[in-house]
Design a protein around this ligand. Structure first.
Ligand code: SF4
Length: 643
């Protein structure tokens, strides 16, 4: 990317020239990224920048956008994907403001469900006397202005929180007794009318953009013309989520319960309930088969509509239409099912959440919509993350192709930056082990067991090298549970832990950090949600290459391209693999091993994506020998002790 000289570049360069005085290490990649963002900000163009760990990407984009903020005094939005990153960003914004010697209003914005609704709390207190102690503490905290869940000073379980958090804002808020002291209402007002620096999550940004696109006011100030999206590799799924319409089992049941209140003992309602239960039973059976056959954890299940299901859906719709007539008001479940059955060509239909069983519909092509909202005229949209590229072709545009295509990025007018490589010394501090002994992973149950049993033998040897201190990443929960069960029974001298699904997850990770030799097994969010510096995480073991599990959305994307494996499955796998392997090195002093058990990357493999995948990883020392691995480990530990 060629840089054009302009007035913003000078103060940005001055900032980095003085960086050492401010305690910042000079990093060329960071300065380069900052200068490129300067150009995007000044010329109001979108830009995509991949910046690996250690670049200091938040400072790289904050310096130019904050300097520009003081010129234009327009609200700016910085959106990221997790609350932990939002909190980190808030600190970074204040640090940069301090270094620049300026002050600005910074808003930490989070979704309404994180806030307490004092009106719902009052209603709940009337009903639930048995919980009055907790509710009294929450009431007292709320009265002191602590209405964010994390500020209450007491742990509130998810079920209780669901009954007292804000679910909707609107008419009800206008007449609310608490509206004057409602923190969320105050936040909405500030977001709408102030020219502040806003740090929010991607869901909030996406819902603002969709509201504005459909002619509504939106959440943020309409003057916004600079948007930064950090962790942008998650953005497409956030849009897909926001565009999806859903109907869960409870929504359907709730509608029938409301109808029953009006039409007591109505035969039609009983009939509907029975038919819906039969429908759910048939779909659940089908989901069980899909899960059994899938290679990885499925997030979305196929809606396989055989004659039986088709017939049930027809009868349910007919009964709902009759019920609607009797009730004299519209039933949302009927509207939903009409769309599900009648508008098939433009939509992707899938099922989610096996317990609650939710029907989901989303229009197929959302790229044009995303493109219109994100890359409109006179808006600078910065897309950044440590993992945006998935190709090995030297041209930056080709490296980013998969990510940019999914968002409808305007290749003609947007700026595409050369990926910024990590300044950390991977050559000295890391090694990549590829297992040469593993069988090829296959779908069949017996073959999967064979793979898992061979993997266990490898894992035992690998854990002996680092004496535990490892994170083992899986693509399927059933594989993880099988391996965990076996490893736990061998009597290994390290504490074995497995990812939990509930709120004790944070505690488990803390235990992993403090019990230095322990081993933790994880899937799903563990591929990108773990940030553990130091010795406790000295080895990341990848059980299988993270190819996307089959699902209706990926299948739709695959149907649009010539080579679905190389154009969709491989780029998705590479981005996820980079995320997972990236858990190892979080700071300049981190050292360790990335081990990939999947033989599709081994020297004997003829997989077309092998070189491309290996090139995408920063670890360039590669071995297939455990002995070499042990030597490497001994060497780096000797070095550490000598320092
Ligand atoms: S203003 Fe709305 S969100 Fe706030 S406490 Fe009242 S009803 Fe709840």
């Amino acid at each position: 990317m060629r840089l054009i000289e302009h007035e913003l570049l000078e103060p940005v360069q001055l900032f980095f020239d003085k960086a050492a005085e401010n305690g910042l290490e000079r990093r060329e990649g960071q300065i380069e990224m900052s200068s490129e963002i300067c150009e995007a900000v000044v010329s109001k163009k979108p830009i995509a920048v991949e910046a690996e760990v250690g670049i200091g990407k938040s400072v790289a984009y904050l310096v130019p956008i904050i300097l520009q903020y003081f010129r234009e005094r327009r609200q700016i939005i910085i959106a990221t994907s997790t609350i932990a990153l939002q909190e980190q960003l808030e600190k970074d914004v204040h640090t940069v403001l301090k270094m620049l010697g300026v002050k600005a209003d910074v808003i930490f914005a989070t979704g309404m469900r994180n806030y307490l609704c004092r009106s719902r709390l009052a209603g709940c207190m009337k009903k639930q006397r048995d919980r009055s102690d907790i509710l009294l503490i929450i009431k007292a905290a709320a009265g002191q202005g602590k209405q964010l869940r994390t500020q209450l000073g007491i742990e509130v379980n998810d079920r209780l929180w669901e009954s007292i958090c804000i679910k909707k804002v609107g008419e009800k808020c206008r007449d609310c007794y608490y509206s004057g002291s409602c923190q969320y209402s105050q936040l909405r007002f500030r977001l709408q009318y102030s020219n502040s620096i806003v740090i929010c999550n991607q869901n909030m940004l996406v819902s603002h953009l969709i509201q504005c696109d459909s002619g509504q006011t939106g959440i943020f100030n309409p003057s916004v013309n600079t948007i930064v999206i950090d962790e942008a590799h998650n953005l497409e799924s956030k849009f897909r989520d926001a565009y999806s319409k859903r109907m869960s089992r409870s929504q359907f049941r709730y509608e029938l319960i409301s109808a029953e209140k009006k039409l007591k003992n109505n035969k039609l309602i009983k009939e509907l309930r029975d038919m819906y239960n039969s429908l759910l039973k048939a779909l659940r059976n089908d989901i069980t088969i899909q899960k059994r056959n899938a290679d990885g954890d499925m997030q979305a299940y196929y809606f396989n509509e055989g004659e039986y299901i088709k017939d049930l859906l027809f009868k349910i719709r007919r009964c709902l239409a009759e019920l609607e007539k009797k009730l004299g008001y519209e039933l949302s479940s009927l509207t939903f099912l009409q769309e599900l059955c009648n508008v098939r060509k433009q939509n992707i239909i899938w099922l989610e959440n096996d317990d609650e069983l939710t029907f989901c519909i989303c229009k197929k092509d959302i790229r044009k919509d995303i493109s219109r909202m994100l890359f409109g005229k006179d808006i600078c949209t910065v897309l950044t993350s440590a993992t945006l590229t998935s190709g090995s072709i030297p041209e930056p545009v080709e490296k980013y192709r998969y990510f940019l295509d999914a968002l409808g990025f305007p290749m003609d007018k947007g700026l595409i930056s050369k990926p910024k490589r990590s300044p950390f010394d991977y050559d000295r501090n890391t090694i990549l082990y590829i297992s040469p002994n593993m069988p090829y992973p296959k779908h069949e149950l017996a073959e999967r067991k064979k793979y898992a049993n061979s993997a266990i033998e490898e894992i035992v040897k690998l854990l002996a090298v680092t004496k535990g201190k490892a994170l083992i990443l899986f693509t399927a929960r059933h594989d993880m549970e099988y391996v965990f069960g076996k490893l736990s029974n061998i009597g290994l001298p390290y504490k074995m832990m497995i990812q939990s699904e509930n709120s004790s997850q944070k505690r488990r990770l803390n235990k992993f950090k403090t019990d230095t030799d322990s081993v933790i097994l994880g899937t799903g969010t563990y591929w990108e949600g773990i940030n553990i510096e130091g010795k406790a995480l000295s080895q990341v073991i990848i059980f299988k290459l993270p190819f996307p599990a089959p699902d209706p959305i990926t299948e739709y994307k695959m149907s649009l391209v010539k080579d679905p494996i190389m154009e969709i499955a491989v780029p998705e796998m590479i981005i996820k693999l980079k995320q997972g392997a990236g858990r190892l090195i979080r700071s300049a002093s981190d050292r360790g091993i990335v081990s990939i058990l999947d033989p599709r990357l081994s020297s004997l493999s003829k997989a077309a994506y092998k070189e491309m995948t290996l090139n995408a990883l920063p670890e360039k020392n590669i071995t297939e020998s455990i002995m070499e691995l042990q030597e490497f480990w001994n060497r780096i530990n000797e070095k550490k002790e000598n320092i």
